[in-house]
Design a protein around this ligand. Structure first.
Ligand code: SF4
Length: 362
């Protein structure tokens, strides 16, 4: 039997953050209960003869579910799928909603990895971007979570007002001191129709400029690498053996099934996306597409070059060596090639979009 990864989307949040453009919302308990029933129906309906190697609860904020609600979904997964004993099982949590009771529940449900949305350790910043936790809560909840879990990842945002490289490395230092094994660093993205967009327009918020963001990211990246982590993907750093297996499956274009609103799946070369609204999801509406050969090649190049896995030239239908930019990139050390495996030098991750789009051109 083939391996598969499972993604479970929990769209609920306690409060919408000022910068958030994800499909997430606040909901009353009866809506959550109804959603869990629909989710379990979907899991039963779409079960496949595959063995599960990773499970990922993402959102939204999965940690807003009560232990009994989480357990219902867990039971449904394990009743319907074969899961490896050593499967990686991650739950995204926000510091505010972590409780000892919840951590015990996760532990009893074979969860072995947490991804905590810390984002910043500045009280001023956290308040401005509408997060519910403050610095002390984040640190206390990480300490509590470490009592139960060794494998914890934290997210940090790069680009918040006043948060230069020095501030970010200070946060990273505190997180590593608490035993964090994996850090995801994301650039602040400002979407129209968000409160943050309005704050910036009204000059009430001043994110870092593009140049300042790149410089801050570089300082943070250097600090994490000096501390022994590897930048194994453009936004992700981990100590050896702590890379996210779930995300690595996406980058390798392995198969996955996504359950819940807006969730994506990739099975037998076909991509499927669930409906984005609860009403459409209830009706079981999905869209699917089979990528063309060209699109498959582009996806392999994009995913492979944005992480340390690289691109296997033999797996492409196109001859990358015929691309007018390819030779130059190799000559300049931007790309390396060894035994047919092409990798992007991590020093150039910051301009990967340009490099990748040039490689797509004929
Ligand atoms: S916790 Fe995450 S998903 Fe929820 S509103 Fe904030 S940024 Fe969006």
């Amino acid at each position: 039997m083939k391996d598969i990864s499972l993604y479970i989307h929990i769209p609920f949040c306690e409060k919408k953050c000022a910068y958030c453009a994800f499909n997430s919302f606040c909901a009353k308990d009866d809506v959550k209960e109804k959603y869990i029933s629909l989710l379990c129906d979907e899991i039963k309906r779409r079960k496949l003869p595959r063995i599960v190697k990773t499970i990922y609860f993402g959102g939204g904020t999965p940690s807003t579910l009560f232990p009994a609600q989480f357990k219902r979904i867990y039971d449904c997964i394990y009743d319907n799928f074969d899961v490896y004993d050593n499967a990686e099982f991650t739950v995204e949590c926000n510091p505010n909603s972590i409780t000892e009771e919840l951590l015990k529940c996760y532990k009893s449900c074979r969860v072995n990895r947490l991804s905590i949305g810390v984002q910043s350790l500045s009280n001023k910043s956290l308040k401005k971007i509408g997060r519910l936790h403050d610095k002390q809560t984040a640190l206390d909840k990480i300490k509590l979570a470490r009592k139960y879990f060794d494998n914890i990842s934290c997210d940090l945002i790069v680009g918040l007002e006043g948060e230069d490289g020095k501030a970010l490395t200070g946060y990273a230092k505190q997180l590593l001191t608490l035993g964090i094994k994996h850090i995801s660093c994301y650039f602040l993205e400002v979407y129209q129709n968000t409160p943050l967009f309005k704050m910036i327009e009204e000059k009430k918020y001043k994110p870092l400029t593009d140049e300042e963001q790149i410089s801050a990211f570089e300082k943070l990246s250097n600090y994490l690498i000096d501390a022994g982590m590897e930048r194994y993907e453009i936004s992700n750093f981990a100590y050896p053996e702590y890379e996210s297996k779930h995300n690595t499956n996406y980058w390798k274009r392995g198969e996955y099934l996504g359950f819940g609103i807006s969730a994506h799946s990739f099975i037998d070369g076909v991509r499927t996306e669930n409906a984005a609204t609860l009403d459409d999801y209830k009706m079981g509406i999905t869209t699917s597409e089979k990528l063309t050969v060209k699109e498959e090649d582009e996806e392999k190049i994009m995913l492979g070059l944005r992480c340390n896995l690289g691109v296997n030239l033999k797996e492409l239908k196109v001859d990358l060596k015929e691309n007018p930019y390819y030779k130059d990139y190799i000559k300049q050390g931007i790309l390396t090639e060894k035994e047919g495996l092409v990798k992007l030098n991590p020093m150039f991750y910051q301009i990967s979009n340009t490099i990748i789009s040039n490689l797509f051109e004929k």
